[in-house]
Design a protein around this ligand. Structure first.
Ligand code: CO
Length: 136
């Protein structure tokens, strides 16, 4: 069902401070930066080979990432797997008994379509599936 790990999502307090680690010290290439207002996050995508690290900062305390940071502090937030067809993947995962946070895909960064699975039935790990935008 999953083609590969698309990215690891990391919650951070301050994107520019975190970029000193990921971009300057680790030498990862920053490929995208975008604020997704409806999700209350500012996200940065860095290349690691053909995979990515996604740094997530909250746009305010009353957002999912803001609440995560208040509760757990910065660190690993979610893992994202890449799929070709997000509707059929969601249907199969629902059929398998997994609890979906998103019954239908929502828009992610770089025109991707994404959906989240609840950690309760995903081994304790917030899990995202992502269908990238068609290459163009
Ligand atoms: Co993500």
């Amino acid at each position: 069902m999953f083609n590969r790990v698309d990215h690891i999502g990391v919650a951070v307090e301050d994107l520019d401070v975190s970029l000193e680690l990921y971009e300057r010290d680790y030498g990862m290439k920053l490929v995208h930066r975008e604020t997704v207002a409806e999700q209350g996050v500012e996200a940065v995508l860095l290349d690691v080979g053909e995979n990515h690290v996604e740094l997530l900062a909250a746009t305010g305390p009353d957002t999912p990432v803001g609440k995560f940071l208040a509760k757990k502090g910065p660190g690993m937030h979610h893992v994202a797997y890449q799929v070709d067809d997000i509707e059929s993947a969601l249907a199969a995962l629902k059929q398998a008994g997994l609890r979906l946070i998103d019954e239908t895909p929502r828009s992610g960064i770089r025109d991707s379509r994404v959906a989240f699975l609840h950690p309760a039935t995903a081994g304790g790990l917030l899990t995202e599936i992502v269908q990238p935008a068609e290459a163009h």
